[in-house]
Design a protein around this ligand. Structure first.
Ligand SMILES: *Cc1c(COP(=O)(O)O)cnc(C)c1O
Length: 816
């Protein structure tokens, strides 16, 4: 690469750009003509959407140049956020909202005869992530821009993001996702920013201290940049995603010999690396390709940041003064070895010094304590793909263990080893050893981390583990997705809360103000009508917006316990059928979520949900007292419609298993009351909203651990709980699957025999808590008051607060 793409930015200074509707309208027409190549008379809705996005993008680019320039001239330390996933969703409305262009955009599009809202939905939802971990990375980018931290997000530009989910006869069917087919206006291709990424081969030493990696395969990582704008466009950061390209496009020699297919083979193989997102964030699959993906984006990112550092500074040893690198889970943990390789093999530092520098730059966020979800790599595979890194990891492990042994402390060496039995590399341990700080994502999770997976590490390095409870961006998750509530809040207390969310506590006194409460309820009602329309449009089910909207939206996983919710639904259904004349609180149970394609039990739970829904929804005895809607293809855009309409938020994971959750925060912020276990961030939500405004039930993390060590007798629980037993019996008898009576026997077997997730143990408490909800919801005034107190008291869960925490405790960077 012979140009410095960042330095080029200092040349252009934009004229101040008008932000009125007339100017925007002119700009849209110009984009339509010169960038899209269409006359208004021939433009499709998609053409208009592209023209609008390009017009808005100009405003983003102005701020982007300006803040990048400011970052350079002030020589500010930068944050590099490495994440295998960025679940960013659509960007048009987000940019419009952040730049305060909404009124202008609505007026301009109206004057052009097109509807703003129908343009916004033309954009494909960029689903470059699975769930919470990827969405967290997206919220963090937003917040780093808002609080003014110069930062880069680094990840992979997957050609196909997370699969699209369809239901066929109630079963999940996966379809490839194709977000790039019609172009993505927010990204800038940087073909000149390309780095070689090597794989395989062997290592040689020249006797003069130089090491050479003779790779078997080399691909190029090419940069694609997307600007991420903060609140009011003051600061804009870059999301830089890497696409893999062949070094040589075509093997011309083979081609000229008529061997057309094999001539393109290498190129196809190279591009495979950034082809698909693995549809599972808990178990590494397609092992070799997955390892290559992890190394691919980590190496490109580190090469890029070292190149940027050296374009401004001379002394590589001072890198930690300018650079903080965050590893989002262990997927980029190979950064520990890769940064050492760059420092030692490319810049001539000795290993001990390279290691010191590495450890000062890197930090690691842990996202799970589940042993099966902690990444491990087979040593044989690893050595074959990354021979030099294997040597470096062996060096780190050896010297680290020697150093600990020399300290004469009592820890289990087996617990802190990186390489286990010489056969597996524990990436969590590598990340821990190579990091300045290691953080958990909720208070409970961080405590458990200190007591379990990293217990021995914690006794060795008591200052290394810190807590940074997750957060969500209030721009997307309130200001943009809930315009009704936004307006009420702005009218009542101004817009200071948008980048200082704890200011929402100013509405606490308004919870008892009947005029405010009425307006709050009107906004909620409008959101429920919108969702009811969406439900009808998507699955053809009519629901009554005055019913209680009970929402569980998240990945389908046994530990998240959608099964507990479905069993409660069955039990409620049976109760209604027994006494339909009793006073029931009408409820709509809303589910959405994808299962990993290889996760059989999760897919069976989806089928059960759909079978139960069909049975209940078509039962005339039940009518509007209970409806069940399982919406397909949960993603950020669907979340933006469901969340503002929710009355009740289901956060019912087995205690100790959900590291934090962020769906819980989004729902509470939008005025849903939580029914949940004392797990993850539910604990901290409960502390803030108070026990009267949340429905906590069930086992605690401690009692779960106790029960599991003592051994749990699920059969006895089921037999002692007639409500639960009747629900399971109905499922086993085929009441919901008349076409296949045995379909759900496997689920019942699991419940009776192991019930690892303790669904049966928590059932009774959950069922009772739901009946409290029924009673409470009938008092609409009181319910609205408590919903308001949720919105008012969860401002602390803004990702701006989380990012300020990282800035201070982990990265050592300034915020504004
Ligand atoms: C917030 C969010 C999640 C995370 O939800 P949890 O309930 O915390 O698991 C997953 N997917 C999408 C699309 C989200 O917006």
């Amino acid at each position: 690469m012979n140009v410095n793409p960042d330095a080029k930015m200092t040349n252009f200074v934009a004229e101040p750009r008008a932000t009125d509707a007339e100017a925007l309208k002119r700009s849209i027409l110009e984009k339509l003509a010169y960038a899209v190549g269409k006359d208004p008379g021939h433009a499709t809705v998609r053409d208009w959407a592209t023209a609008l996005a390009l017009a808005v993008r100009d405003h983003v680019v102005d701020s982007w140049f300006e803040s990048t320039r400011r970052g350079y001239s002030a020589h500010r330390k930068r944050v590099y956020y490495l994440s295998m996933e960025f679940l960013i969703g659509r960007l048009l409305n987000d940019a419009v909202a952040n730049l305060q262009l909404e009124t202008a955009a609505r007026e301009a599009t109206k004057a052009l005869g097109v509807d703003y809202d129908s343009l916004v939905v033309q954009e494909s939802d960029a689903a470059l992530g699975n769930g919470g971990l990827g969405r967290l990375a997206a919220c963090f980018l937003d917040s780093m821009s808002t609080v003014g931290i110069p930062a880069y997000g680094y990840g992979i530009r997957y050609e196909h993001g997370l699969f699209r989910q369809r239901f066929h006869d109630g079963w999940q069917v996966e379809e490839p996702e194709d977000w790039l087919v019609s172009g993505h206006v927010w990204e800038f291709e940087r073909l000149e920013v390309a780095y070689p990424i090597k794989f395989g081969g062997h290592i040689s030493f020249d006797g003069q201290g130089h090491t050479y990696w003779h790779a078997e395969e080399t691909v190029l990582a090419v940069a694609y940049d997307t600007p991420i704008t903060g609140w009011k466009g003051v600061h804009v950061n870059t999301l830089r995603l890497w696409a893999s390209k062949p070094v040589e496009v075509l093997d011309l020699r083979r081609f000229n010999h008529g061997d057309y297919v094999s001539a393109a083979e290498k190129s196809i193989k190279a591009e495979t690396i950034s082809r698909v997102l693995y549809p599972d964030d808990t178990t590494p699959e397609g092992k070799e390709l997955r390892l290559k993906q992890e190394y691919f984006f980590t190496s490109a990112s580190l090469q890029d940041l070292v190149r940027r550092y050296l374009s401004e500074f001379d002394d590589i040893r001072l890198l930690p003064e300018q650079v903080a690198i965050q590893m989002n889970d262990t997927h980029p943990a190979i950064a520990v070895a890769e940064l050492m390789r760059i420092l030692a093999d490319e810049h001539g530092l000795a290993f001990p010094e390279a290691f010191e520098i590495t450890r000062k730059c890197l930090s690691y966020t842990n996202h799970t304590l589940m042993p099966e979800a902690l990444e491990r790599w087979n040593v044989g595979l690893f050595r074959r793909v990354l021979p030099r890194h294997m040597q470096i990891i062996e060096w780190i492990d050896y010297h680290h263990l020697a150093e600990v042994q020399g300290r004469n402390v009592s820890v289990s060496l087996d617990a802190i080893r990186i390489i286990e039995h010489g056969s597996e590399i524990k990436m969590g341990n590598l990340a821990f050893v190579g990091s300045r700080r290691v953080n958990g994502v909720s208070a409970l999770h961080t405590d458990l981390m200190k007591q379990t997976v990293f217990r021995d590490f914690h006794s060795l390095y008591p200052d290394r583990i810190v807590n940074e409870t997750n957060g969500i961006t209030p721009r997307r998750w309130l200001y943009e997705c809930n315009p009704g509530l936004r307006k009420l809040l702005v009218d009542s207390i101004g817009d200071g809360w948008v980048d200082d969310l704890e200011k929402l506590s100013a509405i606490v006194p308004l919870a008892t103000d009947s005029a405010f409460r009425d307006k709050f309820s009107v906004a909620k009602r409008a959101n429920k009508v919108r969702l009811a329309n969406e439900i009808e449009k998507r699955i053809g089910l009519k629901v009554d917006p005055s019913a209680l909207f009970d929402v569980q939206i998240k990945r389908i996983h046994e530990y998240k316990r959608q099964l507990l919710n479905i069993l409660e639904t069955i039990a409620l259904y049976q109760a209604i059928r027994r006494t339909p004349g009793a006073e029931w609180t009408p409820r709509v149970k809303i589910f959405a979520g994808k299962a990993a394609p290889g996760y059989h039990m999760a897919k069976l739970i989806i089928k059960l949900g759909n079978d139960v829904a069909r049975t209940i929804n078509s039962d005339p005895i039940v009518g509007d007292r209970l409806k069940v809607a399982f919406l397909p293809n949960y993603n950020v855009s669907l979340a933006e419609i469901i969340i503002p309409a929710a009355d009740l938020s289901e956060q019912i994971s087995t205690a100790g298993m959900e590291a934090s959750g962020t769906g819980n925060m989004k729902l509470a912020l939008n005025g849903a009351l939580t029914i949940g276990t004392l797990d993850g961030a539910n604990v901290e939500i409960g502390e803030r909203v108070g026990p009267d405004n949340i429905y906590i039930f069930g086992l605690t993390a401690d009692s779960v651990a106790d029960i599991r060590t003592r051994g749990y007798n699920a059969r006895a629980t089921i037999e002692g709980d007639p409500t639960l037993k009747a629900a399971i019996d109905a499922m086993v008898a085929g009441e919901f699957s008349p076409d296949d009576h045995g379909r759900f026997h496997q689920i019942a077997d699991r419940l009776y025999n192991t019930d690892w997730f303790l669904v049966t143990a928590d059932f009774q408490a959950y069922f009772q808590r739901q009946r409290d909800v029924d009673l409470d919801y009938r008092d609409a005034t009181r319910w609205a008051e408590r919903a308001i107190l949720n919105t008012a008291q969860v401002g602390w869960f803004s990702s701006d607060r989380t990012i300020r925490g990282y800035a201070k405790d982990v990265w050592g960077v300034e915020t504004t």
